[in-house]
Write a protein that binds this ligand. Structure first.
Ligand SMILES: [Zn+2]
Length: 324
């Protein structure tokens, strides 16, 4: 039985998705010979950089259990002859990283979370995590999802080129904290769901979540999301600085927040299975706030932007793809 690997982003169009595959092939040969480490931004990257999916995790997917398959936006990656492309092993995904930062990432994010991630995968997610385990689990996924989102991260798989984040639209530094020992910046949320192709959605129409562009207090910020799935673990990362959001499927127990972590631990076994990508994340409006008016306490759920909800403090707004 093939195991499904999903690496995708619902905001990308298929044409954009595939157009850079040739460039990726060249980059994977050169690796990171001319790249600077994305964590310290000082030292040159090692040749292989940092594996977003660590090697110990990839080794859990034995060759004899393959072939493995990839999907982007829920659609299988195909060969030129139209058949689904199979891989003997899970492809590597690498980010430019120097040796000292690589050691620090390993110390902080791999040694202690490793047995927890293994336990979740081995039990197919039917497990209860203690508060300490839940903290390590959430932090590990936050790190992993941010690496998968970085614009300089490259995929070794032929024909797989998920869209990365445009970091020019992200004023916060989302990466240096991983090697300085600091806490992650605010405005980052991660949710976990257990994928099941036979699950019946609790809500018949997929909920829509908007990702606005916020212009406030002299800076413009694009909200972004990234989804990835490894085996049955379906994970969503959203960057939403200053605007608290809840995932619409938390109420139906089809997903659970894993970052920021809860102090009560995590009962993953209580999650209902979900169909692939049951929530639609779409570009939202551009919202310009009056100076000092961007206040999290008064903001509606991004879901409500669909219904034209008034956002307190906004002096001008435009639909997606238009300029103010
Ligand atoms: Zn470095």
């Amino acid at each position: 039985m093939p195991i499904v690997t999903l690496l995708g982003d619902p905001l990308e169009t298929p044409s954009r998705c595939w157009s850079v595959s040739g460039r990726l092939a060249v980059m994977s040969k050169r690796k990171f010979a001319d790249s600077v480490c994305v964590f310290c931004r000082e030292r040159p990257s090692s040749r292989l950089g940092e594996h977003a999916w660590p090697m110990w995790l990839l080794e859990m997917f034995a060759e004899h259990e393959g072939p493995y398959h990839s999907e982007i936006n829920g659609k299988a990656v195909l060969k030129r002859d139209g058949h689904r492309r199979g891989y003997a092993s899970i492809p590597t995904v690498q980010t430019p990283c120097c040796e000292p930062c690589n050691r620090e990432l390993n110390r902080r994010f791999e040694q202690h979370p490793k047995p927890i991630i293994r336990k979740v995968i081995d039990t197919l997610g039917m497990v209860v995590l203690t508060p300490e385990e839940a903290g390590l689990f959430g932090l590990w996924w936050l790190k992993t999802m941010l690496l998968l989102s970085h614009e300089e991260t490259v995929d070794s798989a032929v024909g797989v080129s998920p869209e990365r984040w445009d970091l020019r639209q992200v004023p916060d530094d989302l990466y240096s904290w991983m090697v300085t020992g600091e806490s992650p910046p605010g405005g980052l949320s991660v949710w976990f769901a257990r994928r099941s192709d036979t699950a019946v959605p609790a809500i018949s129409d997929p909920p829509v979540m908007f990702l606005p562009i916020v212009i406030a207090d002299g800076r413009e910020t694009r909200f972004m999301m990234k989804r990835a799935c490894l085996k049955f673990c379906e994970v969503t990362l959203v960057y939403h600085p200053g605007w608290p959001i809840e995932h619409p499927l938390e109420a139906t127990s089809e997903t659970v927040r894993i970052w920021p972590t809860s102090e009560e631990g995590l009962d993953l076994s209580a999650l209902r299975g979900t169909n692939p990508w049951p929530t639609m994340w779409v570009p939202g409006p551009k919202l310009r706030f009056a100076d000092g008016a961007y206040r999290s306490a008064s903001l509606p759920s991004p879901q409500n932007l669909l219904h034209g909800a008034l956002v307190p403090g906004v002096v001008f707004s435009r639909g997606p793809g238009t300029d103010l």
